[in-house]
Design a protein around this ligand. Structure first.
Ligand SMILES: NC(=O)C1=CN([C@@H]2O[C@H](COP(=O)(O)OP(=O)(O)OC[C@H]3O[C@@H](n4cnc5c(N)ncnc54)[C@H](O)[C@@H]3O)[C@@H](O)[C@H]2O)C=CC1
Ligand SMILES: CC(C)CC(=O)C(=O)O
Length: 354
């Protein structure tokens, strides 16, 4: 399997190194060949090339079987016309990675919750407030005068329907419940359209229950009664916020895996950002990106019918769970004392069966 690796900014390079070590260990154990093609993006190429996303990186995406994308520091990027392209947004829109799939679950003595949580947030990934054009080229944000800023949020039937279908398909392999999270009580047209499409898709899945919940109540229920959720489907920004909430409630932002998936391409990406406050200090928990890479293997394996890749995903997940269950192996964000390197070494050893 050929994987394009884009380490990104902040803690990106550290957690990417950890993730590649884990993939290599799984490859050795299962005699699977992983070929990594690593390329710089972000602040590194802004300095050397004047852009955070060189054209040849985008050209390399279709040549690979999958992409591992480290977090990026887009808050520090200049405007798009000065080279600040948000790699997440650009990859998601250009390659139609319409579903951002973010599983989150509680583990004994790590979770901040009273009830168990085992859910998947399926976030619309190509529009809403966050398409790259909205963020940086000014076509979605406007300042008619220096004291007024306007943002346009785009919701289409097509994007709503395809992400809803992705959510119902995932629910079929789980507890068969989809919760559509929205704000259609106020945003009657945009979230109303999203809900209309989710309800339409639900008719094709009579075996899956559909629940509808307003986003503010959903945020509260995530804390009080997380066990009511199986699969949540929602628009881009709500999914962004709720998935950080769920991840932190599970114990840390550093725990939840995530893929950006379309029909043709898949990009593994940690749920969290580039965490510049802990950059270069061996403090980052690499679990999120490691589990994201496992999700990428699973996605590719299922799509191509390659059972060995699905097996590698399960092997990596089992090793991560075993290490997380050992208090002495935990990183600081989850109450342990280990650094990124030691945690990774423990996962590699678990994969090797040592
Ligand atoms: N997908 C992406 O590339 C994303 C990028 N960002 C960018 O990241 C930068 C920093 O944003 P923040 O708001 O600080 O969010 P953040 O997610 O980077 O960090 C929030 C807090 O969580 C901690 N944290 C995050 N990941 C961790 C990990 N793996 N292990 C241990 N602790 C971890 C950080 O140290 C920080 O205290 C900004 O430039 C932002 O635009 C933010 C979200 C997503
Ligand atoms: C809005 C995105 C481009 C960044 C983000 O928050 C994410 O990757 O989840």
């Amino acid at each position: 399997m050929k994987i394009l690796v884009l380490p990104g900014d902040g803690i990106g390079p550290e957690i990417t190194t950890a993730t590649l070590a884990v993939l290599q260990a799984a490859g050795r154990r299962l005699s699977l060949g992983f070929a990594f093609e690593q390329r710089d993006i972000g602040l590194a190429t802004l300095k050397t090339r004047g852009t955070t996303l060189p054209a040849e990186v985008m050209a390399a995406v279709p040549q690979a079987d999958g992409v591992i994308l480290g977090p990026v520091s887009h808050y520090e990027y200049p405007a798009r016309d000065q080279g600040g392209i948000n790699p997440s947004g650009e990859l998601r829109t250009r390659f139609e990675l319409y579903a951002n799939i973010r599983p989150c679950r509680s583990r004994p003595d790590l979770s901040l919750l009273r009830q168990p949580m085992d859910l998947v947030i399926v976030r619309e990934n190509t529009e809403g407030f966050y398409s790259d054009r909205n963020m940086f080229a000014g076509t979605g944000e406007f300042m008619p005068d220096p004291d007024m800023a306007l943002s346009v949020r785009k919701v289409t039937a097509k994007a709503s329907a395809r992400v809803a279908r992705a959510a119902f398909e995932i629910a079929r392999g789980r507890r068969r419940k989809v919760t559509a999270v929205h704000k259609a009580n106020v945003l009657k047209l945009s979230d109303g359209l999203f809900l209309r499409e989710v309800r339409k898709v639900a008719q094709d899945y009579p075996d899956v229950a559909l629940e509808e919940l307003i986003v503010d109540a959903a945020a509260a229920h995530l804390i009080r009664s997380p066990d009511r959720f199986d699969v949540i489907v929602t628009t881009n920004m709500f999914g962004d916020i709720l998935s950080d909430e769920a991840s932190e409630l599970s114990g840390s932002l550093g725990l939840g895996g995530s893929i950006n998936a379309g029909d043709e391409f898949c990009v593994a990406q940690a749920q969290h950002g580039s965490a510049p406050d802990i950059q270069g200090r061996d403090l980052a928990n690499p679990t999120s990106l490691i589990l994201s890479a496992a999700m990428l293997l699973d996605w590719r394996g299922r799509r191509d019918g390659t059972a060995a890749l699905v097996g590698a995903a399960r092997l990596i997940e089992a090793a991560v769970e075993a290490v997380l269950a050992t208090p002495e192996s935990r990183t600081r964000d989850i109450g342990g004392t280990k650094g990124t390197g030691d945690f990774t070494a423990a996962v590699v050893a678990a994969i090797a069966g040592r």
